[in-house]
Write a protein that binds this ligand. Structure first.
Ligand code: AMP
Length: 302
């Protein structure tokens, strides 16, 4: 696998594939690769002839300087892991390559970026994400780009961006990959100390508490959110938000009447983690059966 750092080098490396019209897959990441990223790369490997992984810790999407500074960086490990998962090219540009002197453009998705992560991290966060994703798509011009459900709002925002700007790329979203106790894999997990790590499972447990309640027939958003809050509270975790929202518009929901996104963000110590799950209402007649299934899922993930 080759590592390239300049956009011109990336384009030159992709030119033969483009001439031969083979499918190019792009997996955008900020590095410190883990199984969540590798699942995206493997999916890309299955669906595309050539897989590019980008590793770029994008300063524009960080709202806290300390978070940017201590974000884990392990490029040589990343190269080996990406290659083993089937990537041909690692694109690891320096900041000046992505944001050269005089850079003055931003790409912004309006509305859905104000909610959840946008409300907590500020409008600059998603502007940073959408600007860099647009740039990466223009740089690599992939046929398919791969994103993780772990960042649920990001997937909604990126789909909107691609649709609104008529970008010629298909967006694939892959399921969240979790640790044995349910904690969603994240590069930031490496920053947790042992006590914080044991409390970090509270996000998944909170999602499962709400799922269990929904499976028993509960439809009130307030009750479902409350179940999640109580679980977080039992771990001493005070979240930035727990919200039940429409999975497309991200508008808050009063009732669980169809597919809904339950999203959580919380700080464990000074490490900010996010997680989410999709809930669906259970028809009353099958609620007890589904409740048992919900518990079985929880046991498998425990
Ligand atoms: P990041 O490096 O955190 O910016 O993530 C790069 C991509 O990997 C994003 O599309 C994430 O949603 C995805 N990703 C991160 N963690 C996971 C996970 N645990 N499971 C699935 N996808 C993930």
């Amino acid at each position: 696998m080759r590592t390239v750092r300049a956009v011109a080098e990336l384009r030159a490396a992709l030119a033969p594939a483009r001439r031969e019209r083979v499918a190019i897959g792009l997996v955008p990441t900020m590095g410190a690769l883990h199984e969540g990223h590798l699942a995206l790369i493997r999916r890309a490997r299955e669906q595309c002839d050539l897989v590019v992984v980008s590793v770029f810790v994008n300063p524009a999407q960080f709202n806290e300087r300390s978070d940017l500074e201590r974000y884990p960086r392990r490029e040589s490990d990343d190269a080996a892991l990406a290659a083993a998962a089937g990537a041909e090219l690692l694109f690891a540009p320096p900041v000046e390559e992505v944001y050269p002197a005089g850079f003055a453009t931003a790409v912004e998705v309006i509305g859905i970026t104000d909610r959840l992560e946008g409300a907590t991290r500020g409008s600059g966060h998603f502007r940073g994400v959408t600007t860099v994703v647009t740039k990466l798509l223009c740089m690599a011009m992939p046929d398919i780009a791969y994103f993780g459900q772990k960042d649920a709002q990001q997937t909604v925002v990126v789909r909107r961006l691609v649709q609104d700007l008529n970008l010629p790329v298909r967006i694939e979203v892959c399921p969240t990959v979790r640790e044995a106790d349910g904690l969603a894999m994240s590069s930031r997990n490496a920053l947790l100390d042992p006590d914080q790590r044991s409390r970090a499972r509270s996000l998944f447990d909170a999602l499962e508490a709400a799922r269990g309640l929904a499976a028993r027939g509960e439809r009130s958003s307030e009750a479902l959110v409350d179940a999640a809050l109580q679980t977080l509270g039992s771990f001493g975790v005070d979240p930035d938000y727990v919200a039940l929202v429409d999975p497309e518009t991200l508008e808050p929901l009063e009732q669980l009447a169809g597919r809904a996104l339950l999203a959580i963000a919380a700080r464990i110590g000074d490490v900010r983690l996010i997680d989410n799950t999709i809930l669906e209402p259970t028809p009353a007649s099958t609620s007890s059966q589904k409740a048992l299934q919900g518990e079985a899922i929880a046991t498998c993930n425990a």
